[in-house]
Design a protein around this ligand. Structure first.
Ligand SMILES: [Zn+2]
Length: 399
């Protein structure tokens, strides 16, 4: 079957009456999508197994016992998400496997669980790479407080430990993932394909500016310790810091909360949540440091205190040069190189094995909504480039 026909079938699974698709990890919709995946892969003559976390692994053995070439993506969605996010990489993997003859190396098509982070970032792929913490099964909970262990039991999965799905990653020689761009770059460039150079690293902080609450009418301006004014000054300076850094640096303050948040009270406390993303590890580290220093300086000037807390930190992941070159050759000039500002399963696997990603344009640059759309043209182009690249990789005896 073609990728488009497969995508059409998958569109019937987990369609949300409220709009779009809702296949939360280890829910009935995601499970049905994995069952659907297994049925198609078996019909193509691939062997299919689910690991202890329910990641689906379809495999065709090669002529020699070499590490496999793997492709795929994820089948879960955000609530009310689109048809293409994750699903596209899985159906293109299936379609390619259907077209490819047996090679020297084994070929795997993998559909991961929980890429969208119902239980935190990339639970499925991190289970496979062995990067989940020892207490993950009980500590990781979704927004409703359901424990990972409980959600997995609903799918008949009962891993003994968070390491139960960990595999020897040296069994995989490469991971090539097709994904929608989820941004506006390819559409603006008028190109059907993008070859990812790196997945941006990330630093996430929470900041708390604490001043003194007071009566909005009685406290003179020069005697205030206004937490919001400190936070506002910081927000502008932070934006300038990131803009001046140039390159791929991106900085966002996504949350601002005030206490007591009343019209006639000077804010006592302002809490911000911010993140910085960059493809350059050294610059990312420097920006994180300078951001904290900036917050301290501005707090001092405004006579408030500032506490900063690092919430999350992930290093940039570079794509493998030989895999980028293989994609580029197969793309015949239809592709540009670009950075992925969002992380993907490839970013988790890329900490262990050589990885590459091929992007297709997202109409309007939007994703995680029912309106997510990619035209059939770029999908067919990606199908051809993925198939040609995998054909070459499964015949290659070396890296
Ligand atoms: Zn995705």
């Amino acid at each position: 079957m073609t990728a488009l026909a497969l995508l059409d079938e998958l569109a019937a699974i987990g369609a949300d009456p409220a709009g779009g698709w809702s296949r939360p990890a280890w829910g009935a919709g995601e499970q049905a999508a994995h069952d659907w995946f297994a049925a198609h892969a078996r019909a193509m003559g691939l062997s299919v197994r689910q690991d202890a976390f329910g990641n689906s692994i379809a495999r065709r053995e090669g002529c020699e016992n070499l590490p496999a070439i793997a492709t795929g993506s994820h089948l879960d969605t955000v609530r009310g998400g689109g048809l293409y996010d994750g699903a596209l990489g899985v159906v293109l993997g299936l379609a390619a496997a259907g077209r490819l003859p047996t090679g020297l190396r084994p070929l795997e098509v993998i559909a991961f669980r929980d890429e969208e982070g119902r239980f935190g970032p990339f639970t499925g792929s991190r289970a496979m790479t062995g990067d989940l913490a020892a207490d993950a099964l009980d500590r990781l909970r979704d927004a409703d407080g359901v424990a990972l262990r409980t959600a997995m039991a609903d799918c008949g999965l009962a891993p003994a430990t968070p390491q139960a799905a960990a595999r020897d990653m040296s069994d995989l020689a490469a991971w090539v993932e097709v994904h929608i761009e989820q941004g506006p770059v390819l559409e603006a460039a008028g190109l059907p394909l993008g070859i990812v150079t790196a997945i941006a690293g990330q630093e996430r902080f929470s900041l708390r500016f604490t001043g003194q609450a007071g009566h909005a009418g009685t406290v003179p301006m020069d005697q205030r310790a206004d937490a919001l004014q400190a936070a506002a000054g910081f927000a502008l300076a932070f934006d300038a810091l990131i803009r001046d850094a140039g390159g791929d640096a991106r900085g966002t303050i996504g949350i601002l909360r005030l206490e007591p948040n009343q019209a006639n009270v000077i804010p006592r406390e302002a809490r911000l949540s911010l993140e910085i993303r960059d493809s350059d590890a050294a610059r990312l580290a420097r920006l994180a440091q300078e951001t904290e220093a900036l917050a301290r300086t501005i707090a001092q000037d405004r006579r408030v205190t500032c506490q900063t807390r690092r919430l999350y930190s992930a290093a940039p992941v570079a794509m493998a040069a030989h895999l980028m070159a293989a994609l580029e050759q197969a793309a015949h000039g239809r592709a540009m190189r670009l950075l992925s500002g969002a992380n993907h399963d490839a970013g988790i696997l890329g900490l262990h094995i050589p990885v590459a990603m091929l992007f297709v344009p997202s109409r309007g640059g939007i994703s995680h909504t029912p309106d997510e759309h990619t035209d059939p043209g770029p999908i067919m182009a990606a199908a051809d480039v993925l198939t040609a690249t995998l054909a070459r990789l499964i015949e290659s005896p070396g890296p």
